[in-house]
Ligand binder design. Structure first.
Ligand code: HEM
Ligand code: SF4
Length: 548
């Protein structure tokens, strides 16, 4: 049975969609037919009922790092200029390392898209049934802590996707992450395909994980496909998986259309066998994982780069929302103190690489770093927030301002103690169960809802606790439901005060949450964790090899 949406999609192509954009640009947004709202998303154009007549534009930034070797300052300036001239006030950094611009008028669309293209920026295939931005470690090629530099693979993968209609009409959206970093900083566990660093018989490459997803239609961590690919085999492998998904994924029921459902239906072994049949090389069994067991790093702060005596500086952008003047300042700082390159993280933050030792002190003293600090307090540092009801039609609550205030409150009340005891505690917030703010992967997760308090509908949240990092870690679990947002701060403050007081020195947050009876789960022996193992030791243990 062909559904209406599949029938509609089968009549689309990049050319027909572009014609629609041009036509609506001439005729006006009120002429847009209902179904064409979806078509515009192939070009990164999103209708927003909160901004009538104006659109959100999503800019694809592979790995948070652009082709030219980084999100260069001049590209950030173009984004800021577009916002200033055609949009309004703010630039959002997303958890897939992309950029979202707001309030772009329909008639300006052709001009805006042309300006982005001229700056080497693409909006293609950033929405609907497409392969979303390929994420990677934002300090790829810089970090002393990486197994390999993933940038070339991300570029090749992105080039094989963008403009390729064969993978532009999938049963549903599809997320890929490629990580050369041993700290799982892009959360491989929630992607449809995660290529994670591994070693096999003297080769450094990627183990293949599949089927991760979050959201109201079911959360599932990715599972190992028991496959290892060398970097030069990885693009072919991804396209083989996509071909199977394209052909066999569920096109009758969108709520059952993500890859994880196909894996459930076929079984992992049968799925692997069909993928292997499509490959021109034998798929080797999984190698030894090089991802640290319970690790996750945010790359905030000042860090030495691996080879050249330079530094990268990770700056905290509260809730990922940049004001225009901050965006212009970041572009200037990247030019004055770095090489002009800028990178974005999956935690909605920004990195300025290639800062010399002499440049560090004046950079850290720049006034804008009071707003975008390199040494943030722990709750603001760990905060991720989705868009919320300011712009998102699905939102139950406002998120960005509420969570910013929440982080400020917790930082002011117990931030110092948290910093001294565990460093950071992440709060990941979503304005509804769709979970775009990854609420299951932060140690504290918030999912917005409305509850009735004294007969009045009030913005509230379900609170989740205890996510454990790592590919074999755990999502967090629901602790309390429907807490009016005004009470979320005091409720968390009380909980975290107990945590700081009661935890054993070695004890991670999840373990304490289980021991204290706040969530169910298995108590593990964390004492000998490999958390502090350095990369050379990790390699030697895993493979007997020295890192590249
Ligand atoms: C049916 C389920 C979902 C719906 C309807 C949905 C809807 C949306 C909407 C409307 C936005 C843009 C809001 C704005 O900024 O104006 C958005 C952004 C986003 N969503 Fe979702 N979402 C869903 C599930 C998910 C899931 C499960 C994830 C992954 C955890 C996710 C990740 C994202 C990300 C990362 C963004 C920012 C844009 C980007 O970089 O791709 N979404 N989503
Ligand atoms: S989680 Fe809900 S409110 Fe937040 S961006 Fe996604 S759909 Fe919108």
């Amino acid at each position: 049975m062909t559904t209406a949406i599949e029938e509609y999609k089968s009549g689309l192509s990049f050319e027909t969609i572009w014609e629609k954009i041009m036509r609506y640009g001439r005729e006006g947004w009120d002429q847009i037919e209902e179904q064409d709202i979806h078509a515009l998303k192939w070009y990164g154009v999103f209708v927003r009922k909160q901004t009538p007549g104006c659109f959100m534009i999503r800019v694809r930034v592979p790995g948070g790092i652009l082709e030219s070797g980084g999100m260069r300052s001049e590209q950030l300036r173009v984004l800021a200029d577009i916002t200033r001239d055609y949009g309004k006030d703010i630039i959002d950094i997303t958890t897939r390392q992309q950029i979202q611009l707001r309030w772009i008028r329909m008639e300006a669309l052709p001009e805006v898209l042309a300006k982005l293209t001229a700056a080497g920026l693409s909006t293609m295939q950033t929405g609907f049934d497409n392969i979303r931005n390929v994420t990677t470690c934002p300090v790829a090629g810089l970090s002393a802590d990486e197994a390999m530099d993933s940038r070339q693979l991300v570029k090749e993968l992105n080039d094989s996707i963008v403009g390729n209609w064969v993978v532009a009409n999938l049963p549903r959206k599809f997320n890929i992450t490629v990580s050369g970093c041993c700290d799982n900083c892009t959360h491989g566990e929630i992607n449809d395909v995660a290529l994670m660093p591994a070693a096999l018989n003297g080769t450094i490459g990627y183990n293949v994980w599949v089927g991760g997803a979050l959201g109201a239609w079911g959360t599932q961590r990715s599972v190992s496909l028991n496959g290892f690919v060398a970097p030069h085999e990885a693009v072919e492998l991804c396209h083989a998986i996509l071909a199977v998904f394209n052909e066999r994924g569920n096109r009758e029921k969108r709520t059952k259309a993500r890859l994880k459902f196909l894996l459930d239906e076929m079984g992992l072994d049968a799925f692997r066998a069909v993928v292997v049949d499509l490959l021109s090389f034998p798929l080797r069994p999984a190698g030894v994982e090089l991802t640290r067991e319970h690790s996750h790093r945010d790359h905030i702060g000042v860090h030495a780069q691996k080879t050249d005596g330079m530094h990268y500086v990770g700056l905290n952008v509260p809730t990922g929302r940049l004001k225009l003047d901050q965006a212009y300042e970041l572009a200037r700082l990247a030019e004055v103190y770095g090489s002009g390159e800028l990178r974005m993280t999956t935690a909605q933050n920004v990195i300025i690489p290639h800062v010399s030792a002499e440049g560090l002190e004046p950079l850290l003293a720049e006034p804008v770093l009071e707003e975008l600090p390199a040494d943030p307090m722990p709750f603001m540092r760990g905060l991720i927030s989705c868009t919320g009801n300011t712009f998102c039609p699905f939102a139950q609550i406002e998120t960005k301002e509420r969570t910013r205030e929440l982080a400020q409150y917790l930082d002011a009340s117990i931030g110092r103690k948290v910093m001294e005891s565990v460093g950071v505690l992440e709060i990941h917030a979503s304005g509804c169960p769709n979970s775009c703010g990854n609420p299951h992967t932060g140690q504290i997760g918030l999912i917005g809802k409305k509850v009735r308090v004294d007969g009045v509908m009030t913005e509230a949240a379900d609170i989740y606790l205890g996510a454990e990092h790592g590919m074999l870690g755990s999502f967090n679990e629901r602790w309390k439901t429907g807490i009016p947002f005004a009470q979320v701060g005091p409720v968390l403050k009380e909980l975290l005060t107990d945590f700081i007081r009661e935890r054993e020195e070695w004890e991670p947050f999840r373990q304490w949450c289980i021991r204290a009876g706040h969530i169910k789960g298995e108590l593990k022996d964390f004492a000998p964790m490999h958390k502090d193992e350095n990369v050379p030791d990790l390699f030697k243990r895993a493979s007997g090899m020295e890192p590249q």
